[in-house]
Design a binder for this molecule. Structure first.
Ligand SMILES: [Zn+2]
Length: 259
C-alpha cells in the first residue's frame, strides 16, 4: 500500500487503502463543517461548504499524515432561514451528527479528529458538543478551532487590510471576502450582474439583532459587506491565509494533546 495516498479526501479512498494508511500512522483527520445558506443575490449557497473544504485540503497537504473527511454541507443557520433555499439543522441534529461522525472515525482508527468551520454559526453548537465528548474514547482527541475570535481577528478581520480592502467591503458574510473566494473556487457560479452591497457594519455591532430577528433585520439582501469586488487571485490568498491559520492551530493543538 502506498505511503502517499492518491487523495487526501476520505471519500475518494477505498477501505483497504484507508486501513493501510491508518496502520502507517495516518491517524489525523480534519472534518470541515459547511452550510447551505443564502449569500446575497450574487453568490450561490454553497460558499461556506466550498471554502471550508478547500482550506482543509490546502492545510492537510502541508500537515503530517493528515486526511480530510467529506465536508458537512448543512449547518446551524437559523438567521438565514427567511431566504429561499437555506437549509438549517436543529442544534440537536448537528450535535448528534458531530457525535456520530466522531464515533465512526474513532472506530476506523483515527486518533486526532479536528473540526474546522467554513460557517462560523456552527461554532457554538460544536463547542458544547465537542467539549462533552472530547474524552469519550481513551487515546483519542476530539478537538476543533477553539479560539474562533482569534481566528476571525487574524484572518477575516485583518488580512483584507493587507490587500488594501476595507473591512466594510470585505465584510463578515457574503461580502468581498467570500466573493473573491468564490471567484477563486467556482468563478462560473458568480452572478456578476447581481452582486450587491449590503450592511457595512462590523459583526459585533449587529450580531444580536441578526441572531434574534434574522439577518434581514440588518441587511435586506442578506449581504454584510460589499460583494461587488471579486478577485480570484485575492481569493486564493484569502484561502491560503485561512489554511495557514488552520495548520498553525492544528499543530498547536496536536502538541498540546501529545502524551
Ligand atoms: Zn459564508
Amino acid at each position: 500500500m502506498p505511503m502517499n495516498p492518491n487523495s487526501l479526501k476520505l471519500e475518494e479512498l477505498a477501505w483497504p487503502e484507508i486501513g493501510a494508511l491508518v496502520k502507517e500512522g495516518w491517524t489525523k483527520i480534519i472534518v470541515p463543517l459547511g452550510s447551505t445558506e443564502q449569500h446575497g443575490p450574487g453568490l450561490p449557497q454553497g460558499v461556506d461548504t466550498w471554502h471550508g473544504e478547500e482550506t482543509s485540503l490546502r492545510a492537510a497537504a502541508q500537515l503530517y499524515r493528515t486526511l480530510v473527511s467529506p465536508v458537512v454541507p448543512f449547518g446551524y443557520s437559523p438567521e438565514h432561514q427567511s431566504f429561499p433555499g437555506t437549509i438549517s439543522l436543529r442544534r440537536d441534529t448537528l450535535t448528534m451528527l458531530l457525535e456520530d461522525i466522531s464515533e465512526s472515525l474513532v472506530r476506523s482508527g483515527f486518533t486526532f479528529i479536528y473540526f474546522w468551520f467554513g460557517h462560523g454559526g456552527n461554532w457554538a453548537v460544536a463547542r458544547d458538543c465537542l467539549h462533552a465528548i472530547r474524552n469519550r474514547w481513551p487515546g483519542c482527541v476530539i478537538t476543533f478551532t477553539e479560539d474562533i475570535d482569534r481566528y476571525i481577528a487574524e484572518t477575516w478581520d485583518s488580512y483584507p487590510l493587507k490587500e488594501g480592502i476595507a473591512l466594510e467591503i470585505s465584510g463578515s458574510h457574503a461580502g468581498e471576502f467570500e466573493a473573491s473566494v468564490t471567484a477563486a473556487l467556482r468563478p462560473d457560479l458568480i452572478r456578476l450582474d447581481e452582486l450587491a452591497a449590503g450592511d457595512p457594519r462590523p459583526l459585533n455591532e449587529i450580531i444580536e439583532s441578526m441572531m434574534k430577528y434574522g439577518i434581514e433585520s440588518v441587511s435586506k439582501n442578506g449581504v454584510l459587506g460589499d460583494q461587488r469586488h471579486p478577485d480570484s487571485d485575492r481569493g486564493n490568498r484569502y484561502l491560503d491565509c485561512m489554511a495557514n491559520w488552520l495548520i498553525q492551530d492544528f499543530n498547536q493543538q496536536y502538541k498540546k494533546n501529545e502524551k
